[in-house]
Design a protein around this ligand. Structure first.
Ligand code: NDP
Length: 501
């Protein structure tokens, strides 16, 4: 069921199609938003062009002052922001608070670091070009389109928006149809501190509005969402050679080695798998536990997961499943795992009670079951026993997904982390990398490519601009027809001496 069918309402007075965002806990309408047409999206990108010139001219210091002011405004209005996130996603108050804390931290980091990471700097010109000075800077692309998902409606798109803005770009943001109000809130608060030009605009609507943004002539498109939609976005952007950043789903493994702190690993597995109702791209979905500690680990996970309760009240452990059709996917994965010989040690099929899903922990699930190979995106964990941590690494690396991972080991944590094919690994914790603004975030394989966050995340929204300046002439200059007859021979001799040994 899409919201087009469920909740759109037409406004005959101004011909503007509108749709409603709903509270998944109650089905109540949170707000109405325009369905932006292709023409409106093109117009937004056109407006963004002049805004981009204004924003780029502010320079690093000017932009930092505005971004810092925006951050302070977001902090002042945190309670309002949080209740909007809760209303549109259904997530618990604490899950929303954690999300918004991270938004603010990243915004601060990107604004502060942009000048150092992107500003013009000298680089070594090398022995052969010693008579030239060489400099490099990273310039804004212009207008960046951002398409975001609903599960972290502020944190996830802000991984692109904050970094693209800090790098000097204007942004046109298409939020998920489930969380348009959060997008409007971001753009509205930004406009309070940057009233001169529409540097950050929001275009609300459904998938077609996102598709229109891909074709609207933006200078880069940053997409976060599912892998199938990521492929469609790439195909649309390919038509105009628009570069893309694609942050897609994951099926993140957690490895519990023989020498792990088993209690800490169990706590982390349950939180990493269940918080935000398991609707986390880099959340824990599968656990590989070494046989030596498996019984103890499974007993602890069982105890902790059984104590958790989903609900609509603010202090619930986690909220409902935000997107109604995801409930069917979760149910199908649990049913398939049980039919194929897996066992539920917590919950089972009866745990799926839309819009809520209670914790489910499955053990001994065949490795080719959907619950192991596909993104479940619910408060479920698959825990499979392995002979040792080395087998765990092999299984962890067996999927096409490669977003994040976690390793619990007292002595081999970093060694095991180094063998995992994925973008980020947390050792003796889960998801810590997402909270370190200096670290890049992104995946490999079906989890996408490109990076948000960190220095890479700033550079992602720029192009490199390189300049050489000749400081003085030299006798050995091969790059002119005025060179002497022996110049090239001398240069080659030099190369042999310098680099041939
Ligand atoms: P979707 O892929 O369904 O949608 C993502 C965004 O794309 C939405 O704004 C959606 O609009 C839009 N969209 C849909 N169709 C098109 C199209 N043809 N062209 C352009 N845009 C389109 O993902 P979800 O919103 O369901 O988000 C959940 C997914 O996001 C999960 O797979 C999760 O793992 C992933 N994710 C990845 C993260 C990462 O950093 N790697 C972080 C967070 C989530 P509409 O909503 O209106 O359909």
């Amino acid at each position: 069921m899409t919201r087009t069918a469920a909740a759109s309402t037409a406004r005959p007075d101004d011909e503007q199609q509108r749709f409603a965002s709903l509270d998944p806990r109650t089905g109540e309408v949170v707000g109405h938003h325009p369905v932006r047409t292709e023409a409106e999206v093109v117009e937004a990108v056109r407006r963004a062009r002049s805004a981009a010139a204004f924003w780029a001219e502010l320079g690093f210091d000017g932009r930092r002052a505005r971004l810092d002011a925006w951050r302070r405004l977001l902090v002042r209005r945190l309670a309002e922001f949080q209740s909007l996130v809760c209303a549109e996603t259904g997530k618990s108050a604490d899950d929303a608070r954690i999300e918004l804390g991270l938004v603010v931290d990243h915004l601060r980091w990107a604004a502060k670091q942009a000048a150092k990471v992107l500003g013009r700097r000298k680089v070594a010109s090398g022995l052969l070009m010693h008579n030239h000075a060489a400099t490099l800077e990273y310039r804004p692309l212009g207008v960046v389109g951002v398409i975001g998902p609903w599960n972290y409606p502020a944190f996830t798109p802000m991984g692109s928006i904050a970094y693209a803005l800090a790098a000097g770009n204007a942004v046109v943001f298409k939020p998920s149809e489930h969380t348009p109000g959060v997008g409007e809130f971001l753009a509205g608060t930004f406009a309070e501190v940057v009233p001169e030009f529409p540097v950050l605009q929001v275009v609300t609507g459904f998938g077609e509005t996102g598709a229109a943004l891909c074709r609207a002539g933006v200078d880069k498109l940053a997409f976060t969402g599912s892998t199938p939609t990521g492929k469609r976005v790439m195909a649309a952007c390919a038509e105009s050679l628009t570069p893309v950043l694609v942050e897609c789903g994951g099926k993140d493994p957690l490895i519990v080695a023989e020498d792990a702190d088993v209690r800490a690993a169990a706590e982390a597995a349950v939180w990493g798998g269940m918080f935000n109702s398991g609707q986390t791209c880099a959340g824990v979905e599968r656990v590989y536990v070494a046989e030596a500690v498996a019984d103890e680990f499974i007993a602890l996970v069982t105890e902790k997961a059984r104590a958790l309760r989903p609900g609509g009240e603010p202090d619930a452990d986690f909220g409902p499943i935000t997107m109604p059709r995801q409930v069917e996917v979760i149910g199908a994965h649990v049913a398939d795992a049980l039919e194929r010989g897996g066992r539920a040690v917590v919950g089972g099929l009866e745990s799926v009670r839309p819009p809520y899903v209670e914790p489910v922990v499955l053990v001994d699930v065949p490795e080719d079951a959907a619950a192991v190979t596909e993104e479940t995106f619910g408060p479920t964990l698959v825990v499979n026993r392995v002979a040792d941590a080395d087998e765990a690494v092999r299984r962890a690396n067996a999927l096409r997904y490669g977003l994040g991972a976690a390793v619990f080991s007292r002595h081999r944590g970093e060694e095991l982390a180094g063998r995992l094919r994925c973008g980020m690994v947390a050792v003796n914790s889960v998801l810590a990398f997402a909270s370190v603004p200096a670290l890049p975030f992104g995946g490999v394989g079906d989890s996408g490519f490109g990076r948000i966050h960190g220095e890479d995340g700033l550079r992602e929204f720029t192009y490199a601009h390189a300049v050489t300046r000749k400081r003085f002439g030299t006798l050995l200059d091969p790059m002119t027809y005025d060179r002497g007859p022996r110049t090239v021979r001398h240069v080659l001799r030099l190369i042999r001496v310098l680099y041939g040994r």
